[in-house]
Design a binder for this molecule. Structure first.
Ligand SMILES: *Cc1c(COP(=O)(O)O)cnc(C)c1O
Length: 470
C-alpha cells in the first residue's frame, strides 16, 4: 500500500527524525533529551490526528520547530493591560519606571548587596533603601521586606508574640489573597484583642483594653479596600500614639498603599501617607512597594529607630528578606520621589492616574481610524468600533470608590465576544481587555508604553470570522 493510501504508515520513527540535519542542529543547541521529547510530542499529535500527516520527512521540520517555540515560551509573559484597572493585582500591580527597570537589569549580576565598598568588609542588605525611605518620610529608620503583608507580620511578631494586639472591630479586614487581620495576628503568635464596634471605636475602648493588661501592641489598619459611612467614629492616629506613649505600648500602622505624594497633587481625594503616620509618631508604619508607590513588590517598615531595630533583629525578617533586584528597583523608584513632580512624570502608576481624558480620547480615535483604514486596505471585514467614555479603577485594594473618567475603544463583537477576547489574549504580546454584553472594552488609560500600537495591530489583523462574527 502506498503512503498516500494509509498515511499513518508513513509516519517516521523518533530516531529517523533525530537523524535529520535540522534536528541534529536542534539537539546540539537544546540537548538530546529535551529535543527527543519535543519530537515525540509532534509524532503523538500526528498519530492522534491532531495535525495532518506530513507528506515527507522534511515537512516535520516546521512541526518540530513550532513545538520547540511553544515549549520555550516563558510562563510569565509581558501583557498589554486594556482593563483600565491601574494596579491590576492579577497583572502584576505596578508597572515600573524606566529608571527602576535599568537599575534592576544592572543588579542581576554581582553587587554590593551585603558588602561595604569602603571598608571591604561584610555589609548589610538592610542598608539599601533605608536612607532614602527615612529621608522621604522624615523617619528615624526603615526596613524593606518581601511585601506589605510580610512587613505587618514582622512588626506584629517582633512586638507582640505571646501578647495581645488591640485592633478596632471595624478594622478586622481582609485585604485580599487571604490576608485577614485576625489570622495575621494569630500567625504572629499573638492574641487578638478586639476593641470597639464595627462602626464606632473610641480612644476609651483602646484605653480599657490596654489597662486590662497583656497588650503588646496597638494595631491600626487602614481600610484601604472598602469604605464606611454613616454613624461612624474612630480614634485618630495621634490619639493612639498619645495612649501608646502613656502606657508604653507601641503603635503599629498598617497603611497598605504607600502613596508618597500628596493625593491632591494627583487630583485624588484624601489618602493618608506614610509620612503622615511617621509625623503622628507611630512606632512602625507598614506599606507596600507595588501599590500607589509604583515600585516593585516589597513591604516597607519605617518609624522609630528602636521599632525598626527590633523588627530587623527578628528571624522572620530574614525569612522575608527581598532580593537584590527588588532592592535596586525600589531604590531607583524612591529616588524619583525626591522631586514629586518628577515622580508624577516618571512613575507609570502616577502618570496613568494623572493622564487627561482628552489625551486618551485622542489616542483612541487615532487607533480606531487606523484600524478601520488598515482593514479596508486589505479587504477585511470592518469592525464595529466606537470611542466612548468609561471609568478606570485604581485596583490593588486602593481607592475603592474612585472612578477615573477615561476613553474606551468599544468593539461590538456580538456572539463573537468570547472568541475575539481569546484571540486578543493569544496575540503576541497578549492583550487583556474587559467585555460586557457583547462588547469588548479596551481602556486607553492603562495602555502605556506603546500598548496603543499593539492594540492597533491586533485589531487590524483580527479575523472577524473567528467564532462566527456577525
Ligand atoms: C495591600 C495591603 C496589605 C498587604 O500588602 P501586600 O504588599 O499586598 O502584601 C496590607 N495591609 C493593607 C491595609 C493593604 O492595603
Amino acid at each position: 500500500m502506498s503512503a498516500r493510501g494509509d498515511p499513518r504508515r508513513a509516519i517516521p520513527g523518533v530516531d529517523r527524525l533525530l537523524a535529520q540535519p535540522w534536528c541534529r542542529l536542534l539537539v546540539a543547541s537544546r540537548g538530546r533529551v529535551w529535543i527527543t521529547d519535543r519530537v515525540r510530542a509532534v509524532l503523538d499529535d500526528v498519530r492522534s490526528g491532531a495535525v495532518p500527516v506530513p507528506d515527507s520527512v522534511d515537512e516535520y521540520e516546521e512541526l518540530v520547530q513550532m513545538e520547540v517555540a511553544r515549549a520555550e515560551t516563558l510562563s510569565l509573559r509581558s501583557v498589554i493591560n486594556g482593563t483600565g484597572v491601574i494596579l491590576h493585582t492579577n497583572l502584576g500591580r505596578a508597572p515600573l519606571a524606566p529608571e527602576a527597570r535599568d537599575a534592576m537589569s544592572k543588579a542581576v549580576g554581582y553587587g554590593n548587596v551585603e558588602f561595604d565598598l569602603e571598608t571591604g568588609e561584610r555589609g548589610s542588605r538592610y542598608t539599601h533603601c533605608a536612607g532614602l525611605v527615612t529621608e522621604l518620610l522624615g523617619a528615624e529608620d526603615a526596613l524593606v521586606v518581601n511585601n506589605g503583608a510580610g512587613a505587618v507580620a514582622v512588626a506584629l511578631t517582633a512586638y507582640a508574640a505571646g501578647k495581645g494586639v488591640a485592633v478596632s472591630h471595624g478594622e478586622l479586614v481582609e485585604i485580599g489573597g487571604g490576608f485577614r487581620i485576625p489570622e495575621v495576628v494569630e500567625a504572629a503568635g499573638a492574641r487578638l484583642v478586639t476593641v470597639g464596634t464595627t462602626n464606632r471605636t473610641r480612644l476609651d475602648d483602646y484605653a480599657r483594653a490596654v489597662a486590662a493588661g497583656g497588650v503588646g501592641a496597638i494595631l491600626k489598619v487602614h481600610r484601604s479596600n472598602f469604605s464606611m459611612s454613616g454613624f461612624t467614629e474612630e480614634a485618630t492616629l495621634t490619639e493612639l500614639v498619645r495612649l501608646g506613649a502613656e502606657t508604653e505600648v507601641p503603635v503599629i500602622h498598617d497603611l497598605g498603599s504607600g502613596l508618597l505624594v500628596d493625593s491632591g497633587r494627583l487630583g485624588l481625594p484624601y489618602e493618608p501617607t506614610p509620612a503622615e503616620s511617621v509625623a503622628a509618631g507611630v512606632d512602625l508604619v507598614a506599606f507596600s512597594g507595588d501599590k500607589l508607590l509604583g515600585g516593585p513588590q516589597a513591604g516597607i517598615l519605617s518609624g522609630r529607630a528602636d521599632g525598626v531595630a527590633r523588627a530587623r533583629a527578628h528571624p522572620l525578617c530574614r525569612a522575608l528578606r527581598c532580593d537584590k533586584v527588588t532592592l535596586a528597583g525600589l531604590e531607583a523608584t524612591l529616588t524619583l520621589y525626591r522631586n514629586p513632580d518628577r515622580a508624577i512624570e516618571r512613575v507609570p502608576v502616577l502618570r496613568m492616574i494623572t493622564a487627561r481624558v482628552q489625551d486618551l480620547e485622542r489616542s483612541a480615535h487615532k487607533v480606531a481610524g487606523v484600524v478601520a483604514g488598515l482593514r479596508a486596505e486589505r479587504g477585511a471585514e470592518p469592525l464595529r468600533l466606537e470611542v466612548v467614555r468609561g471609568q478606570s479603577l485604581m485596583g490593588g485594594g486602593t481607592f475603592p470608590d474612585l472612578r477615573l473618567p477615561t476613553a474606551v475603544l468599544r468593539v461590538d463583537a456580538g456572539a463573537a465576544t468570547e472568541p475575539w477576547m481569546a484571540a486578543l489574549r493569544a496575540h503576541a504580546p497578549p492583550i487583556v481587555a474587559r467585555s460586557r454584553q457583547g462588547r469588548i472594552l479596551i481602556d486607553f488609560r492603562t495602555l502605556r508604553g506603546g500598548g496603543d500600537f499593539i492594540v492597533m495591530a491586533a485589531l487590524s489583523e483580527l479575523d472577524a470570522d473567528v467564532g462566527g462574527g456577525e
